[in-house]
Design a protein around this ligand. Structure first.
Ligand code: NDP
Length: 485
């Protein structure tokens, strides 16, 4: 298929005011670390160093937790919900006002296409604050008891795939319910959280209500093990999630875990195929496949498999990989060398174990971390590429003959975060949705998010829900949220 040549359309990075170095955001101010160090954050599409960032040590974690405790007991906890709501509305509006700056910064630090940070990450982050602002003064009517009380101080650790959006998912419900927060962004993507800290200052959020401590895994470990927090909310790998669960066992602290996934995207022979091709592409190539709920296993009914794979290949040939700041770019950079190595290793295992590898012709930039959109056919369930989370732009295609076989294959995973069903029949959608062991099931679409819709998994994908009324329960005392600890 012919690919049109587009003139470059780069978004200007002049809107972003990058500082050479950043402190920790504790008690409403940017401060130097007491016992921590510094590290550099780079642009994964060019390996250019963007800024130096502070790494919080144990004494810094202590300071942040103490500030959050003071703020919770003296200011934020006693504050009426309708007053808290005003701050959340203000943050949401500033996120909208500064959306271009946030989108460019997110793309610089993460490597994702500007089209995605501009149209998905930032608007959804603002939507989460708007949505939860609406709840802050209505908690008594949420069906969670007549006088729901906050837990206290919450420790929150987030990953690098949706840096600002994950910060919003964590902070907005915690704040709406009267908790205060200590948030640790991922080591490779701290910058949008630090800009959010500036936005919180601009919104005149009382000091200590949100504290943002940057650092690597050690900082996260010190935070989750800190005696002064009442709850941990974590999004990241299943491996680290298990470690955190072991640390918190027996402490009485509440815990929610949002971990990995290996979602099945199931396409029946009566599905609208052109629409399905778009959904499959969005399901696995959105954010370079670095998405916990990515549709990384495509299950196609055998009778249409050949035609669908051909259509998919034609579509992949039209994807544009390159400068993430270019508004025409579909596939940006992989977030880090470490992640690129993991994707390469798993893709190599797919070939070694007998699957057929295919990528469209596309040249990769010389600098930065890149992986072409990749499709594997002749995949069988025992292969690593059918079982393990690749977290990259790699799709494994399997086939099935009957709905029962599709369900069995889809559920044949240790994970249970999301799934997709493509069919014209409403009854089949309902039948599949009730039997797929996944927290979210999309029908004739994929990767749709809304703050009012609870998100979370089963089994090794974690527990607890984020978003919606269920997400509020995870931050309130004595509620029957789906978190357990
Ligand atoms: P991690 O789980 O290591 O990172 C998630 C967050 O936890 C980061 O902020 C990280 O800090 C922090 N962290 C790391 N170790 C600890 C610890 N012992 N205690 C507390 N916090 C900790 O994920 P990775 O970045 O290493 O990615 C590895 C794999 O995880 C990916 O390849 C992917 O398969 C999966 N993943 C899944 C995600 C999801 O949304 N479900 C998101 C990200 C990754 P730091 O970044 O500084 O190390």
């Amino acid at each position: 298929m012919a690919r049109f040549t587009y003139a470059p359309a780069p978004e200007s990075r002049a809107v972003v005011d990058l500082k050479p170095s950043y402190g920790l955001f504790i008690d409403g101010e940017f401060v130097d670390p007491v016992d921590g160090d510094h590290f550099k954050t780079e642009n994964p599409s060019s390996q250019e160093v963007l800024a130096e960032v502070s790494s919080a040590g144990p004494a810094d974690v202590d300071r942040a937790v103490a500030a959050a405790r003071r703020a919770q007991e003296q200011v934020w906890g006693p504050m009426p919900g309708k007053e808290r709501a005003k701050y959340l509305f203000r943050v949401a509006r500033i996120l909208q006002e500064r959306s271009r700056e946030l989108a460019v910064l997110e793309t610089l630090d993460n490597g994702k296409p500007i089209r995605e940070s501009r149209d998905v990450d930032i608007p959804l982050a603002a939507a989460h604050f708007f949505y939860h602002a609406g709840w802050a003064d209505k908690l008594a009517y949420a069906g969670l008891g007549p006088d729901p009380r906050p837990l206290g101080v919450v420790g929150q650790v987030i990953p690098w795939n949706f840096p600002l959006l994950m910060a919003a998912w964590k902070l907005a419900p915690a704040l709406a319910t009267g908790n205060t927060c200590v948030l640790k962004p991922a080591e490779t993507t701290p910058l949008s959280a630090l800009l959010l800290a500036e936005i919180l200052q601009q919104a005149e959020l009382p000091p200590g209500v949100v504290n943002i401590i940057t650092g690597a895994g050690g900082t996260g470990a010190a935070l989750v093990a800190h005696a002064g927090i009442d709850k941990v909310a974590f999004t990241g790998s299943t491996e680290v999630g298990k470690q955190i669960q072991r640390i918190l066992a027996g402490t009485g602290k509440r815990l929610t875990l949002e971990l990995g996934g290996k979602a099945a995207n199931v396409v029946f022979d009566d599905a609208p195929l052109s629409q399905a091709v778009e959904g499959i592409v969005n399901g696995i190539f959105f954010n370079q496949g670095q998405v916990c709920c990515a549709g990384s296993r495509l299950l196609v009914q055998e009778s249409i498999a050949e035609g669908l794979v051909d259509a998919l290949k034609r579509r992949l040939e039209t994807l544009r990989l390159g400068d993430p700041l270019d508004k025409n770019t579909d596939i940006g950079a992989i977030n880090s060398m470490q992640q690129l190595d993991k994707i390469r290793q798993l893709a190599a295992s797919g070939e070694a174990e007998g699957a057929q590898r295919w990528s469209p012709a596309c040249s990769l930039p010389e600098r930065g971390y890149w992986f072409p959109p990749t499709l594997f056919t002749d995949v069988v369930p025992a292969q690593r590429i059918a079982r393990e989370e690749i977290f990259g732009p790699v799709l494994s295609v399997l086939t099935f003959r009957t709905p029962d076989e599709a369900i069995e294959k889809a559920n044949n995973t240790t994970y249970g975060l999301s799934a997709g069903v493509w069919t014209e029949k409403g009854s089949r959608i309902l039948h599949m949705a009730s039997r797929l062991r996944a927290g979210v099931v999309w029908a004739n679409t994929f990767n749709r998010f809304d703050p009012s819709s609870p998100f979370g998994g089963y089994r090794e994908s974690g527990f607890g829900r984020e978003g919606g009324r269920h997400g509020l329960a995870a931050y309130l005392k004595g509620t029957f949220g789906s978190d357990r600890a």
